[in-house]
Design a protein. Structure first.
Length: 198
C-alpha cells in the first residue's frame, strides 16, 4: 500500500513533516519563499486549488491513499501526526466519511458541522454553495451540507477515479475564478468524492 501526504503551504512551519514516516510527501508552495523540494504554485484558490491541482496532475499515478492537508493541520486536527502514524487504524476516528474517503476533525471544531447554502452559521452568509453544486452536478442541491472545518481528509485513488479527470479540471478552474469557492468547496467536498451524486 502506497501513501502520500499532499501539503498546501503558505509560510507555515513545516518542521512537523520531519517526523512523518512511510509517506511520499508532496509540498505545494504558494508563498514567495524559496524552499527546496517543493512545487511552486500561484497563490490562488487556497488549499482547495492545491488539492485539485494535485489530482489533475497525478490522476494516472496517484498513491493508493492520498492525504490532503493544510500546512498547519493542528488547529483542525490536533493529533494529525497520530492520524498519519497509526493509519489505517485512525480511519475509525474520522468524523465524516463516504466509502474510502475520510474527513478528520478534533480541533477548534471537534465534530461534524452543517452549513446552509449561504455558509451560515459557521461563515458569514456570503457563500452560494447551491450555485457551485449546480455547476458540477446534475443532482439537485441538498440545501444543507455536512462538513468538517479545515477539510483535512484522505481518499483512495479508486475513489478519486470514480469521477473523470475533466471533473477535477473543472473544480480546479472554479477555484481559480470564483473568489468564495475555497470555503464553498470546504462545505461540499464530501460530495465531490461521493459517486452517488451525479
Amino acid at each position: 500500500m502506497t501513501k502520500e501526504l499532499v501539503v498546501s503551504y503558505y509560510k507555515e512551519d513545516l518542521t512537523w513533516l520531519n517526523k512523518v514516516k512511510d509517506y511520499k510527501i508532496t509540498v505545494y508552495n504558494k508563498s514567495d519563499i524559496v524552499i527546496p523540494n517543493t512545487i511552486k504554485l500561484d497563490n490562488v484558490g487556497r488549499e482547495m486549488h492545491t488539492y485539485f491541482h494535485h489530482i489533475v496532475t497525478n490522476y494516472d499515478n496517484l498513491s493508493d491513499w492520498v492525504f490532503f492537508t493544510q500546512a498547519e493541520p493542528f488547529d483542525h486536527v490536533k493529533n494529525y501526526d497520530w492520524v498519519l502514524d497509526v493509519f489505517p487504524n485512525s480511519l475509525s476516528y474520522s468524523k465524516l466519511y463516504i466509502d474510502d474517503c475520510h474527513f478528520f476533525s478534533n480541533g477548534v471544531f471537534k465534530e461534524k458541522l452543517v452549513s446552509q447554502s449561504n455558509g451560515s452559521p459557521h461563515h458569514l452568509p456570503v457563500l452560494n454553495i447551491n450555485t457551485l453544486w449546480s455547476s458540477l452536478f446534475t443532482s439537485p442541491p441538498i440545501g444543507e451540507y455536512p462538513f468538517v472545518a479545515g477539510c483535512l481528509f484522505c481518499v483512495t485513488k479508486e475513489q478519486i477515479r470514480m469521477r473523470d479527470i475533466s471533473f477535477y479540471e473543472k473544480c480546479k478552474k472554479i477555484t481559480e475564478e470564483r473568489e468564495q469557492s475555497p470555503w464553498e468547496f470546504e462545505r461540499m467536498m464530501f460530495y465531490v468524492f461521493n459517486n452517488k451524486i451525479k
